[in-house]
Design a protein around this ligand. Structure first.
Ligand SMILES: Nc1ncnc2c1ncn2[C@@H]1O[C@H](COP(=O)(O)OP(=O)(O)OP(=O)(O)O)[C@@H](O)[C@H]1O
Length: 293
């Protein structure tokens, strides 16, 4: 349904001496209909950037994005606007994505008005029911509702246009445990009812296990593992994440070699010198020399 092929996104920091940051480095992925792909990795590994690329909120420097077989990479803003409603984002900070001066009703009506949807009140009632919020909330400002309610409002807004693909970017990381559980359940329910596909971004492996059909592990801009079972990790980095071991700060330069070299308990000379190949192991994929035997 949505495919990213060899996606690369580079940012430059600083005005005088520019620092180059390869946030996403030659990443390919595919998300099928009604599938939840969890994107796991530590802060700064490029997860959000990859999510924004797939939604075409930003343009890649290299590579292509296909949505239902049509290449949306270079589409003009006018064309993108026609498919934008099918591609939605549920962000980490719901409060930041709502206008604080607008009542909830206005924020929910805005996408319906922009997309010239008929029966707006009916649609509004439907989504409020689907996400479990009371109509009385419509008359309040964002600061007058709880974090959990606010995230439900965001979900309501995202589904109001009947999307196909949603990037959920750490949607529960700001919530307490019990609210987190209810939002995760809601996202699962909504996925079935609306036949959605999710790219679910998280650094919480327990959340990933609850949500994911498939798991992609991202490390320093690259996908280093694709697996459907987090209980059986392949890459040494995934092993470390699962063992809850903190990484050392050493992110030394390895040129073409494996970026995980300085942390890897299995590292050999070749890992420093050459880029690891992506190897297929029982239908899963891992970017590591360890499996090239
Ligand atoms: N708009 C931008 N301009 C410059 N650099 C950026 C921009 N967006 C992201 N970056 C940089 O790209 C890298 C990847 O950032 P990204 O937010 O995608 O990581 P992440 O894995 O989602 O992290 P987190 O979990 O903390 O949100 C970081 O080094 C970040 O500073």
């Amino acid at each position: 349904m949505i495919i990213g092929k060899n996606l690369t996104k580079i940012f430059y920091h600083g005005y005088i001496r520019k620092t180059k940051i390869v946030a996403v480095n030659n990443v390919s992925l595919k998300i099928n209909e009604n599938e939840t792909v969890c994107l796991i990795g530590e802060s700064g590994s490029g997860k959000s950037t990859l999510g924004h690329l797939l939604l075409r909120l930003i343009k890649p420097d290299k590579g292509d994005i296909y949505f239902y077989n049509s290449n949306i990479t270079k589409m003009k803003e006018k064309e993108i606007r026609k498919i934008r409603k099918y591609l939605q984002l549920i962000p980490q900070h719901p409060d930041l994505s709502l206008n604080p001066r607008w009542k909830i009703k206005k924020s929910l009506l805005e996408p319906l008005i922009l997309n010239k949807i008929e029966n707006k009140d009916e649609v509004l009632r439907r989504v409020l029911y689907d996400v479990g919020i009371k109509e009385e909330l419509l008359d309040r400002y964002p600061h007058e509702v709880s974090g959990g309610e606010l995230q439900r409002v965001i979900i309501a807004r995202a589904i109001s246009l009947k999307p196909k693909f949603i990037v959920c970017d750490e949607p529960t990381s700001m919530l307490d445990i019990s609210t987190q559980a209810s939002i995760l359940n809601l996202l699962k329910k909504i996925k079935e009812e609306y036949k959605l596909s999710y790219l679910f971004i998280t650094h919480d492996l327990d959340v990933a296990k609850i949500m994911g059909d498939k798991f992609l592990v991202m490390y320093r801009g690259e996908i280093i593992e694709e697996n459907d079972n987090l209980e059986k990790p392949l890459h040494p980095y995934t092993e470390m994440l699962l063992n809850r071991k903190r990484l050392l700060e050493n992110n030394g330069n390895v040129n073409n070699g494996c970026k995980f070299f300085y942390h890897c308990p299995y590292a050999e000379e070749i890992c420093f010198k050459e880029e690891p190949p992506t190897v297929e192991v029982n239908g899963k994929k891992v970017k590591c020399f360890k499996y090239l035997k």
